[in-house]
Write a protein that binds this ligand. Structure first.
Ligand SMILES: [Zn+2]
Ligand SMILES: [Zn+2]
Ligand SMILES: [Zn+2]
Ligand SMILES: [Zn+2]
Ligand SMILES: [Zn+2]
Ligand SMILES: [Zn+2]
Ligand SMILES: [Zn+2]
Length: 1837
């Protein structure tokens, strides 16, 4: 062979030989391995895992991650860690030194926990695992759900005050940092791999990556532009709605609706999706088409900087593949880094290399170029890689700070949510105090943040050195985004350092300078000028400014807080503030702002600044002035003062006078007063909104509160008289303060102007009260922050009692939520918590009695409404305590030295002049310029003065002497007599009393001496009576008169009432009953009954123990039965009603106009929800309120409602697949209804006397009626006849049936036995009523049908066709069965009076069915099937029967088939045959109970009871023993041959025996039968069991036959204990003596044998013994009680249980809204685009879909993450109170408060009872009725 040939053969080694792993290892050894080897590998390999299918214009893409992991990533790991990487990783884990911090990154919706006691700030959170293992579990914790992206702070020293570690991470701390597994070599290899991963991902993940451009050039992999190798990718944005994008996809990309929705869901989830795979041209065409389509972006979300078209790109398929792989790689990498500190070390070193493409700087800056998932992957990587070690964190923080301006600007231009931007990383970095401080000191971050904010957010709005926001809504979006900078600022400053380094101080001051710049342009922003003449053209923009304020307020407070700790800082900041203030040109600095004029009052002159608020601009926003006030409060603590600082600033030629300090605030307050006086009416609502927020709890801390401090500063710095003159001048009240005001007034006569003056005076006095009284402010007086909070809470609790949540909402959130514990401490010192009285109320705080003295009626945070409420309440309280009825001022805390001089106001001349002038005017009857409230306020001020004097805090205060000079006391005493001021007399008296206290202290001589005012104390009796004394006197005289009048009135009323009651008897009876059922009666039951278990206890009060009571047994014999030979005769009842629509009297009679009652029919599964039974079945439930109306009247009413409804449907454009019954409300009680039930007279009334069953006299019964065995025979024959194909209907006629069945007896006997009557003649419209009822039921059934049809079965089991009369009968039986279960659960026995609606509902329903059975269309096939099943052992066996349901069918559906003529009918009303039917089904049920009885189980139960120390006895043993032996033997025989468990055991034993014999093999002995033991004891147990199991059937039968026969339950029926077997049997005419049924002589035994020998029964035992499970679906005798899903007691357990639950449609996606069906417990993916199954032809939410089958169109759902309970029904829904409550008895819907929640059994039971009582639809309708809020798209739930 030659060389060339060789070359031909060896074409390089085949691929299989050289695995990449080998290749890398070789290259590594050779030292030639570079990261490009890996990158090329990734690039080459990843397209292999990308797969797409084009089907029907819709592309489906997927990336095979599992395979890629195996074939790419695992190889990589093996290369790094060496052979067997799995065990290496496992060893690494066992070393237990992964990290000392948790750092777990939260997924969206994952629960997080913070500790109120130990967390440094509210952003410090724990993950579930750490929380459960930490000490905080036992502290006061708070839970919430993460929005995704944050991480667990466990192990971070700076996040917690104590208990920094959970057990797990504490253990990790003990282990050494290094690892034996990670050797130098591993590290070396890892470094290459890591760098490859990073550079690959950085390179590929951009939306328009460079790699893609290469593809376009066609150089990549030799693929041309013409191949179908390109994708059009559509990206997420926040400016288009789901629907808009769906529309685009269906219209332009021609996707089908369903696929379009899937794509949109994917775009929302991941941030992008491939919409087309094709040639470059067609992909690009699609891109152009989408981009050219102009969809108007929706209003508020729109960002003008953003293009309005959807964002798309065309990528080569290989690029998409690489991107998908890069995402996978990043997620894996993040998890890998968590494994060890050393990996993170490499990572952090790598990303710090500045020249690399993956350096931190680049990662931070290119974030904005990525889509959602890609961003999230990088964020998580940074969190895991950089945040777990402090040093790395610092590095990241520094890089982050340096790039801050750039990335924030990118963020603002971008439109993704904050959580999807790298900016959101700030919360991880800036909240670490040491890092924050370092950033401020070294990186100037404080300044940088504010500078950035100024530059990007507000600079463009500055006009004339002041902010003025344009009224452009679009700017709001970008403004909102810019506000995130202020949140960052808040994080940064949240913890003030203990000591400031000089760098930190410098850095901080730099920031303050920037802050000053911002405040400077905010001072006076959005200023307003009073509008005169005409109204404002448009409402000016004001929200922007307030938003800015709200965002910045916390920062301002924080800066002041920082400054307060450091003298040097404070000093510099003060000077900075003064400089800013002086340079500002709003009001004081404005042109002509220094103009002054002299004003004088009471001989004092002040030169006031001229600035007329009525004509010049004023503003609510004065942040600079307020900042000054904030700083000022801290001066004194550092030994600084205004005076000392003035000297300093004057050197710098900056001077700020007190006059200038207060001027802007004074102007604003003058404006506020003028607004209140109605002088700014033309300025529109925006001003009122602003004033509202000015005082609102969210703003006032840095607004109103600071303004008052500012005025107080002025008051303390200025001479008191001068200060008051300034204020008076600003309020234009100088004239009023002159004594000649009255005469001046007389000249002017403008009334309106005058009223305004009065109002201005009020406002002025109130402001004065506030300035003097509101000093619970640290720095102003000697109080702490806690005192301030305390005062606030006291004032709030004087308005009313607050619940915990109301209170915390009403208080300002000053420290970012950290005030929780302070709040908790304070509240307990001032208030007592009253536990909720009823379980559905909240607990409330009530103020401690002694603290009412601290009430101040003019409290400055009160609204007008609060004030009058509180005043009213306090007056009432004082009245009841027989105190003076007034609201005197409270004692004030002592002023700090800096503010002491403020007290002087209360004794200065101007003040006293004002006081005396007001009092004089009050006393002068001719005076006009006076109002009562002026006097009240003056009294309040005088009260302050007196209290201040009494406190002796201020040596300079000599108010007493000064007051004497002005004759205050004399005037007060005059006022006390003044009739004009009667309302305030008590207040005057209080003031006099306090004045005298002061007098006694100040001038004991004067008080004791005979001179001066002493006159009054001598003539004490002359003093007017206090209001209380006066009231008492008046009361006494009045009481007498009143008593007489009352007696007379009562007599009148009574007689009127009586006549009224008579005429409205029905309505009253009704409402009373309703009340007693929903009110006290029901609640006592409810409280007695707790869930589940106790219902069983009730049941356990065995009736047998009662049976011993001989007396009761005797009574039984005398009580009538409703059926059978002992039947009580029918007694006619009176039947008169009033139609609720036309109010005419009406009574029921067959030929009168038909009456109806509105009713509601719903499909229901309530009693069919027990798992394992009734799968897929549903029934129909009817409820009815019982209000009677004429059918005619109702029709009119209904057609009205119907057209309303149609209009509504039209409006909502509801696309319903099926038109349901139109819903309407009962015109009387508003009960939800959708049908009407006919109201008919008692059935007995329709039976002529001769045909009715009469009590049997003597023994002649057998001759009157056919006996039971004949009945059975007839039924059997009839079954055959009906089933015969094409049978001539005359064949079924009873004479022929009688003949065929060879029954001995005549036709007359039969007619008597069935009560054949002449068909009652009914009113013609009667049949309308009935058929409309049937139609409505069909309609209701239909809505369930699509589903039912799919399941192969319809309705409740045995094939009932939808148009069959059996539908009506089944609705009847289902309703009765539901009622029975409802009453049983409520622990109500039969005899207890039922609520009217239950009573009338069942009666009307049964009577309607009975009447209906005479006219109903005949369904011979169905009757045949029924009869065959029961009497001929064809079809199902007793095991599968619902005996009561079959009884009802039998009663209504059979007999009339035998009467084929128009004149006669058989009306089921308690005939002998009806009785036989009952007997038949009774026996069937007894048979079932006997054959299902499990003796072993019962004995085990007994043993368990005995072990628990309970007494057990065989209550039926005595009875069994006395039975004749023949019967005993029969019982034993029956038991042995049919009892399923017994036979099963027998078969098993026999088999064993046979096997063991086979083994011995000696003799194939003849089959030895195992004999099942059956002793008398066993029989006793069996009977006990049977009697117990019959309970449900008997109760249903009792309800049923009472409605049919109208024979009342006898008085022997218990009222409180469970219903008793023997009593019920007796009422029904049945023999309670069980022995009878086992007597072979009777037909009973034969029937039981027949039932029991059904092949199904026999097969059951055989198959069970072989372990095949149940071959037939056994329906237990006693229906299992329905129950809702059992819930966790602790809410956090519940939320954790779904923390990583996945959407069933997408196993990579966690459920966003896990929603639990409370009926079956299934957790669904609620209200989400990923789960939209189809129902009919409509896509609906998963819950709606589930409710359809699980609850038959109605459902109860718990939205787990936001703790809300939703009722859903037929496209409607409502939220109801969730069953989880916090310790204050409050719910937390939406988890806003985060308090630990526990399950409230009471609340949960309420939901349960609503469900059990079929009231969900009603509740939904009720709650939707009064809520006119936006329509929720319930069907998307
Ligand atoms: Zn954790
Ligand atoms: Zn931990
Ligand atoms: Zn704690
Ligand atoms: Zn009427
Ligand atoms: Zn009603
Ligand atoms: Zn369910
Ligand atoms: Zn889903």
């Amino acid at each position: 062979m030659d060389l060339f040939d060789m070359d031909d053969v060896v074409v390089g080694p085949p691929d299989e030989c050289s695995t990449p792993l080998k290749e890398w290892r070789l290259k590594l050894q050779a030292g030639t391995l570079t990261r490009n080897d890996f990158i090329e590998f990734f690039k080459r390999e990843s397209p292999k895992y990308f797969d797409y299918q084009n089907e029907l214009d819709t592309v489906k893409c997927m990336f095979k991650e599992a395979l890629a992991k195996e074939e790419i990533i695992d190889v990589l790991v093996e290369f790094m860690l060496g052979d067997n990487p799995k065990s290496a990783l496992e060893k690494l884990r066992l070393e237990g030194n992964t990290a000392t911090v948790c750092g777990k990154v939260f997924k969206n919706g994952e629960p997080t926990y913070s500790c109120r006691e130990c967390g440094m700030d509210p952003t410090c959170v724990l993950c579930v695992n750490c929380f459960k293992r930490s000490a905080h579990r036992f502290h006061k914790y708070k839970m919430s759900t993460s929005g995704g992206g944050g991480c667990c702070d466990c192990g971070d020293n700076e996040a917690w005050k104590k208990d920094h570690y959970c057990h797990l991470h504490l253990d990790n701390r003990k282990n050494p940092l290094e690892s034996k597994i990670i050797t130098e070599a591993v590290l070396e290899r890892s470094e290459i791999c890591f760098s490859a991963i990073l550079s690959f991902c950085v390179n590929y993940l951009e939306i328009e990556p460079n790699a893609s451009l290469q593809c376009l050039d066609g150089e990549d992999m030799g693929l041309g532009l013409d191949g179908a190798n390109y994708c059009t990718v559509l990206y997420n944005d926040e400016s288009h709605t789901f629907d808009q994008v769906i529309q685009t996809l269906t219209k332009i990309a021609k996707c089908r609706q369903k696929e379009a929705m899937e794509i949109v869901a994917a775009i929302d989830r991941e941030g992008r999706a491939v919409v087309k795979c094709d040639t470059f041209k067609s992909c690009n065409d699609l891109k152009t088409a989408i981009e050219n389509q102009m969809i108007p972006a929706t209003g508020l979300l729109a960002n003008p900087r953003n293009r309005e078209s959807l964002r798309t790109s065309v990528l080569h398929i290989n690029s998409v593949a690489c991107q998908q792989f890069a995402l996978q790689l990043l997620s894996w990498f993040q998890e890998f880094l968590v494994r060890h500190y050393l990996f993170r070390k490499i990572f952090s070193e790598l990303v710090q290399r500045k020249q690399e493409s993956f350096c931190i700087r680049h990662i931070l800056e290119y974030d904005v170029k990525l889509w959602k998932t890609a961003r999230t992957c990088w964020h998580r990587l940074l969190i895991s890689g950089m945040l777990m070690e402090y040093d790395n964190k610092m590095v990241l923080a520094q890089e982050f700070s340096r790039r801050y301006a750039t990335i924030v600007e990118d963020f603002i231009k971008d439109d993704h949510d904050h959580a999807f931007s790298i900016v959101s990383l700030s919360v991880q970095l800036f909240t670490v105090p040491s890092i924050a401080h370092r950033l401020i000191a070294m990186e100037g971050i404080f300044d940088k943040l504010l500078h950035t904010f100024y530059y990007v957010a507000i600079e463009k709005f500055i006009l004339n050195r002041t902010l003025h926001f344009s009224k452009n809504i679009a700017s709001l979006t970008f403004f909102k985004r810019a506000n995130y900078i202020l949140y960052d600022l808040r994080y940064l400053l949240s913890l003030k350092p203990d000591v400031l380094s000089s760098e930190l101080r410098t850095g901080f001051l730099e920031g303050c300078k920037a802050l000053m710049r911002v405040l400077n342009v905010m001072q006076g922003m959005e200023s307003i000028t009073r509008q005169t003449g005409q109204h404002m053209d448009y409402e000016p923009e004001w929200e922007c400014a307030f938003n800015l304020h709200i965002k910045l307020a916390t920062t301002i407070s924080q800066v002041i807080e920082w400054a307060s700790t450091d003298k040097m800082l404070l000093h510099k900041l003060y000077k900075m503030t003064v400089r800013s203030l002086v340079s500002n040109n709003f009001i004081v600095g404005a042109a002509g702002g220094d103009e002054v004029e002299a004003r004088s009052v009471a001989g004092h002159v002040a030169s006031c600044l001229v600035y007329d608020v009525l004509v010049r601009p004023v503003s609510i926003h004065l942040p600079l002035t307020r900042f000054y006030a904030g700083i000022y409060l801290h001066l004194e603590a550092h030994g600084l003062s205004y005076d000392s600082l003035v000297a300093e600033t004057e050197v710098l030629n900056i001077k700020l006078t007190p006059r200038e300090i207060i001027e802007p605030v004074l102007c604003t307050h003058a404006m506020i007063a003028q607004v209140a006086a109605g002088m700014w009416r033309r300025n529109g609502y925006s001003l009122l909104h602003q004033l509202y927020f000015y005082r609102n709890v969210r703003c006032r801390v840095e607004m109103l509160d600071r303004d008052i401090v500012c005025l107080q500063i002025g008051a303390s710095l200025m001479e008191s008289n001068e200060f008051l003159i300034h204020a008076l001048n600003k309020f234009n009240l100088i004239g009023w303060a002159q004594p000649n005001y009255e005469t001046l007034l007389a000249e002017s006569s403008v009334d309106e102007e005058f009223m305004r003056q009065l109002s201005m005076i009020d406002e002025f006095l109130e402001l004065l009260i506030v300035i003097i009284g509101e000093r619970w402010m640290p720095g102003v007086s000697l109080v702490s922050e806690e005192d301030r909070l305390r005062k606030e809470i006291i004032q709030l609790l004087c308005i009313k009692s607050y619940s915990h949540s109301e209170l915390s909402r009403a208080l300002p959130d000053t420290t970012g939520g950290n005030s929780d514990s302070v709040f908790e401490d304070v509240i307990n010192t001032v208030a007592t918590f009253k536990k909720p009285v009823a379980a559905d109320r909240k607990g409330v705080y009530e103020l401690k009695e002694s603290l009412y003295d601290e009430f101040n009626v003019y409290y400055y945070h009160y609204t007008k409404e609060d004030k009058s409420k509180a005043e009213e309440l306090q007056r009432e309280r004082r009245k009841s305590k027989k105190e003076l009825v007034c609201c005197p001022p409270p004692m004030l805390p002592q002023l700090t030295p800096a503010f002491t001089s403020m007290a002087n106001i209360l004794q200065c001349n101007v003040f006293l002049t004002i006081c005396t002038l007001t009092m004089d005017r009050a006393l002068d009857i001719r005076s006009r310029c006076f109002s009562e409230s002026h006097v009240q306020k003056i009294l309040h001020l005088l009260g302050f003065a007196i209290q201040e004097e009494l406190s002796e805090h201020y040596p300079f205060l000599s108010f007493y002497e000064r007051a004497q000079q002005y004759g205050i006391l004399d005037k007060l005493e005059e006022l006390a007599r003044c009739p004009r001021l009667e309302a305030h007399r008590d207040f005057v008296l209080w003031t006099i009393k306090r004045f005298k206290d002061m007098q006694a202290k100040q001038a004991p001589a004067a008080a004791a001496g005979p001179s001066g005012s002493q006159r009054q104390s001598m003539g004490g009796e002359e003093l007017p009576l206090t209001s209380e004394e006066q009231a008492r006197k008046e009361k006494e005289t009045r009481a007498k008169l009143a008593a007489e009048r009352r007696a007379k009135l009562m007599a009148q009323m009574k007689s009127a009432q009586n006549s009224f009651m008579k005429s409205n008897a029905e309505m009253f009876a009704n409402s009373d009953l309703e009340q007693s059922s929903t009110g006290s009666g029901a609640s006592s039951y409810r409280t007695a009954a707790s869930m589940g278990g106790s219902a069983m206890e009730w049941e356990d009060i065995s009736d047998d123990s009662l049976e011993e009571q001989g007396a009761a047994a005797l009574a039984i014999k005398q009580n009538p039965a409703c059926l059978g030979p002992n039947r009580a005769p029918y007694q006619a009842q009176e039947n008169s009603f009033k139609c609720i629509l036309c109010f005419e009297n009406c009574s029921i009679n067959p030929d009168g106009p038909p009456l109806v009652s509105s009713a509601f029919v719903q499909t229901s599964r309530v009693i069919l929800t027990t798992p394992g039974h009734y799968d897929g079945k549903s029934g129909m439930h009817v409820s009815c309120c019982g209000h009677v109306m004429h059918y005619k009247c109702w029709q009119e009413y209904y057609s009205n409602e119907e057209s309303k409804e149609q209009r509504r449907h039209h409006r909502n454009r509801l696309a319903l697949t099926h038109v349901p019954n139109v819903e309407f409300h009962c015109p009387y009680c508003r009960a939800l209804s959708n049908i009407v039930l006919p109201v008919s007279e008692p059935l007995g009334g329709l039976i002529p006397g001769h045909a009715a069953v009469s009590p049997v006299v003597g023994g002649g019964s057998s001759e009157n009626y056919l006996p039971l065995d004949c009945f059975v025979e007839i039924m059997r024959t009839l079954a055959g006849e009906l089933a015969a194909p094409a049978a001539d209907s005359t064949m079924w006629q009873y004479p022929s049936v009688l003949r065929k069945s060879n029954v001995i007896g005549d036709v007359a006997q039969f007619e008597r036995s069935v009560q054949l009557i002449e068909k009652p003649q009914l009113h013609p419209t009667c049949s309308d009523v009935m058929s409309s009822f049937n139609k409505a039921l069909q309609n209701a059934m239909h809505s369930q049908q699509p589903n039912a049809a799919a399941d192969g079965g319809v309705g409740v089991g045995v094939g009932v066709e939808s148009d069959s009369p059996y539908l009506v009968f089944d609705a009847c039986s289902y309703t009765l069965e539901s009622l029975e279960i409802y009453m049983f659960t409520m622990r109500k026995p039969l005899k207890v009076e039922m609520p009217m609606r239950h009573q009338t509902c069942t009666t009307n329903l049964v009577r309607a069915c009975s009447l209906y059975s005479c006219w109903a269309p005949h369904r011979p096939e169905q009757a045949a099937k029924l009869l065959d099943t029961i009497f001929n052992q064809k079809g199902t066996s007793v095991l599968e029967w619902d005996c009561f349901r079959m009884l009802v069918q039998l009663n209504f559906g059979v007999l009339n088939l035998m009467v084929r003529e128009s004149e006669h009918a058989i009306l089921p009303s308690g005939s002998m045959f009806d009785f036989y039917m009952l007997q038949t089904m009774f026996l069937a049920n007894v048979t079932k109970a006997v054959i299902c009885f499990d003796v072993e189980k019962e004995l085990a139960k007994r043993r368990a009871k005995e072990e628990a120390g309970e007494q057990t006895e065989f209550s039926q043993l005595a009875y069994v023993e006395q039975l004749p032996s023949k019967i005993q033997e029969n019982m034993v025989a029956f038991y042995r041959s049919y009892n399923v468990p017994a036979r099963m055991r027998q078969l098993v034993q026999q088999k064993k025996l046979a096997e063991s014999e086979e083994k011995q093999t000696q003799s194939p002995n003849q089959e030895q039968t195992v004999v099942i033991p059956c002793e008398l004891q066993h029989l006793a147990l069996m009977l006990e069991h049977v009697r117990y199991q019959m309970g449900s059937f008997l109760r249903c039968a009792c309800l049923f036959y009472r409605c049919m026969t109208d024979v009342e339950f006898p008085d022997t029926f218990p009222l409180e204990q469970p219903d008793r077997f023997d009593l019920m049997c007796q009422y029904l005419g049945l023999d309670a003596d069980m022995g009878v049924y086992f007597d072979m002589e009777t037909v009973f035994a034969t029937m039981m044998h027949n039932f029991a020998s059904h092949p199904h029964v026999l097969r059951q035992a055989e198959q069970c013994s072989l372990g095949y499970g149940d071959p037939v679906e056994v329906l237990p005798c006693l229906r299992p009680l329905p129950a809702l899903k059992k819930l966790f007691d602790d809410y956090s357990d519940l939320i954790n249980s779904v923390s990583d639950i996945f959407c069933p449609n997408n196993e990579r996606e966690e459920m966003k809204t896990p929603t639990m069906c409370l009926i079956c417990g299934e957790v669904l993916c609620g209200q989400s685009y990923c789960c939209q199954p189809e129902l009919g032809k409509m896509s609906v939410g998963a819950c709606t879909h589930h409710a359809y089958s699980c609850g038959a169109e109605v459902g109860i759902f718990l939205r787990i993450r936001d703790c809300q309970v939703v009722y859903l029904g037929r496209g409607k829904g409502c939220y109801v109170q969730p069953p989880y409550l916090d310790e204050y008895g409050e719910t937390d819907q939406g988890l806003r408060r985060g308090n630990p929640l526990r399950l409230s059994q009471y609340a949960y039971r309420r939901i349960f009872m609503q469900w059990l009582g079929h009231k969900l639809h009603e509740e939904i309708a009720r709650l939707n009725d009064n809520a006119n809020v936006a329509v929720t798209q319930w069907h998307h739930m």
